[in-house]
Design a protein around this ligand. Sequence first.
Ligand SMILES: NC(=O)C1=CN([C@@H]2O[C@H](COP(=O)(O)OP(=O)(O)OC[C@H]3O[C@@H](n4cnc5c(N)ncnc54)[C@H](OP(=O)(O)O)[C@@H]3O)[C@@H](O)[C@H]2O)C=CC1
Ligand SMILES: O=C(O)C1=N[C@H](C(=O)O)C[C@H](O)C1
Length: 278
Amino acid sequence: MTAGDTPRPIEGALKLGITGAAGRMGRMLIQTVLDVTDGSVVLHGAIANEGSAAVGQDAGLLAGRAACGVTVGDDPVQLFATADAVVDFTRPEASVRFSALAAQGKAVHVVGTTGFSAEDLAALGRAARHTPVVQSYNMGLGINVLAALVRQAARALDAGWDIEVVEMHHRHKIDAPSGTAILLGRAAAEGRGVDFDAARAVDRDGRRPDGAIGFATLRGGDVVGEHTVILAGAGERIELAHRATDRGIFARGALKAALWGRGRAPGLYSMTDVLGLG
Ligand SMILES: NC(=O)C1=CN([C@@H]2O[C@H](COP(=O)(O)OP(=O)(O)OC[C@H]3O[C@@H](n4cnc5c(N)ncnc54)[C@H](OP(=O)(O)O)[C@@H]3O)[C@@H](O)[C@H]2O)C=CC1
Ligand SMILES: O=C(O)C1=N[C@H](C(=O)O)C[C@H](O)C1
């Protein structure tokens, strides 16, 4: 079987693990899994960072729900060895470490973390030789559809149209530009048929470089995530925008990816695969 083939059917609820349980996305993921009532998934385990005050707490209570009987731990080895799938929204260094554990334990690894270096992404690719890894800088349906629209627009327009990606997030976000901005910039580069790494202009001072795909980052307040791709021509401008108002969209997408990955051949997959947008 090759990557992308139909997965073999598996009986029973998916045993789901969650990392970064005390984080904004970790708590949202716990809520989302506890809300599932069709028996397709069960919260198998949740871990927080070593030394976190969340360790030892009931995961349901931590996420603002009723107690669920799952105690938050701090042992990723045990989690990845026993879960069917683990959803991971943490930090790049943690996700890279977890991907090796997923490879050992043959757990589906759904990676929502952003801010990866090229070396980090290569490490995820190595883990994906042994287990299904679904990695996407945005787990929501809307952004993945937007990326397809951006690719199409950039393909239709010549290099006389300047491409800029503008994003805004909450004041706590640590990476910039956002992973989603990069995902959208890559889609524009693919549509235009240029090398993204050569075209990207993140830290700009002075005049706009010709042919650049530019990025502008705004941070403040509690903004969940806003992205606009601007294609600016002479005498006209196209703006393709998405506004996320609820982190639940990312959690539900990640859960969908975990269920989709079950029984699938090892490989590095994206939400384009999960959502059938390829
Ligand atoms: N792909 C997508 O659709 C989305 C991606 N994201 C991304 O997900 C990530 C998390 O976002 P968010 O939940 O807002 O961030 P938070 O900072 O709220 O949560 C991150 C959690 O990971 C934990 N963590 C950090 N380092 C480690 C480590 N080395 N080992 C174990 N746990 C660790 C943190 O613990 P501690 O506080 O103790 O450091 C924290 O609880 C970010 O990269 C963000 O950009 C967010 C939303 C959607
Ligand atoms: O950190 C966040 O909050 C988000 N991060 C992701 C990103 O970097 O694109 C996705 C979403 O926009 C929220």
